[in-house]
Design a protein around this ligand. Structure first.
Ligand SMILES: C[S@@+](CC[C@H](N)C(=O)[O-])C[C@H]1O[C@@H](n2cnc3c(N)ncnc32)[C@H](O)[C@@H]1O
Length: 285
């Protein structure tokens, strides 16, 4: 029996048949927290729905409702509110042998990015130097450091709240020897790294809209033998080539050639919109 049917059974007699039909089919679990997206017509019924979820899942401690999107430069959740159980938004979520601790009302953690969080670590070769330009709480840096023999990851994050959790998560996962967190704008911080002689085997540009204005900065870290860049973006239909062409043109103007090694679908982002990643190999001409 699916989640919706189980929830319906719990709420039979308490909600009208129309309300029962509007119950959600799924949810997101982060640690011992469940996050639901509810039809606005169930607004008056939230408490009952929250209590029913707690009964259905005895190991879950809290239920929150997601009422918004992920917005702004910091990619923050617009509105996530507590409805039942313990009102503690700080979660410890374990995924792929990595612990992520963060405040679910202030920090995004996308279910749809799960495969990419796992996959990037499998590409990393022994001894690589990596720059994670939009590191957040360590979405990519932590699993890479945990599951590969990376030499060093420079993880740059602008938002002080995310940065605090990035630092904490590095400690929680005992990855201090591999990850160097940096609090700042990657425009400034990448220039500093480049000036100090850092060159990267791999650069992660994991933010969108596609971080076009940061391509030139990333180029300053390219190694003589070349560098792999993971460049995220949102495209319409399957139009990933135009995203690549945009990158290629900027790189070419700066004296670098690019090869598109592969591309991956990450998640659906709206009607006809897709979050994708391009793996671009860059070499100085
Ligand atoms: C959360 S991740 C995006 C994850 C994922 N790509 C998604 O949205 O599905 C992006 C991170 O980049 C950070 N960020 C945005 N602009 C930045 C900048 N100029 N320098 C460093 N970090 C930045 C944000 O604060 C955020 O934590």
């Amino acid at each position: 029996m699916g989640f919706k049917d189980k929830l319906k059974e719990q709420l039979k007699g308490k909600l009208s048949s129309e309300e029962l039909s509007l119950l959600p089919r799924g949810f997101q679990t982060l640690g011992k927290i469940i996050i639901l997206k509810l039809n606005p017509r169930l607004k008056e019924r939230e408490k009952e729905i929250g209590s029913a979820c707690l009964k259905l899942f005895p190991s879950i401690k809290s239920i929150f409702i997601n009422r918004g999107k992920i917005v702004g430069t910091f990619r923050e959740p617009e509105k996530i509110e507590w409805i039942a159980g313990e009102n503690t938004p700080i979660v410890r979520h374990k995924e792929h042998d990595v612990i992520y601790q963060f405040d679910i009302t202030k920090i995004m953690f996308s279910k749809g990015n799960l495969n990419e969080r796992k996959f990037l670590a499998t590409l990393v070769m022994n001894g690589e130097v990596i720059v994670d330009m939009f590191a957040g709480i360590g979405y990519f840096s932590l699993p890479i450091a945990k599951h590969s023999n990376v030499e060093r990851i420079y993880s740059i994050e602008l938002n002080p709240v995310s940065y605090k959790y990035l630092e904490e998560n590095i400690k929680l996962n005992h990855l201090e020897k591999k990850i160097l967190p940096i609090n700042g704008d990657c425009k400034v911080e990448v220039a500093k790294l480049s000036k100090s002689g850092v060159r990267a085997d791999r650069i992660i540009m994991g933010v969108f809209p596609a971080p076009k204005e940061y391509i030139k900065d990333a180029l300053s870290l390219v190694k003589d033998k070349g560098t792999m860049v993971h460049y995220e973006g949102v495209i319409e239909k399957d139009n990933f080539i135009s995203l690549f062409e945009e990158f290629k043109e900027i790189a070419l103007n700066e004296g670098y050639k690019c090869e598109l090694n592969s591309h991956r679908f990450v998640k659906s982002y709206g009607p006809n919109l897709y979050h994708i990643v391009l793996d671009i190999f860059i070499l100085k001409i």
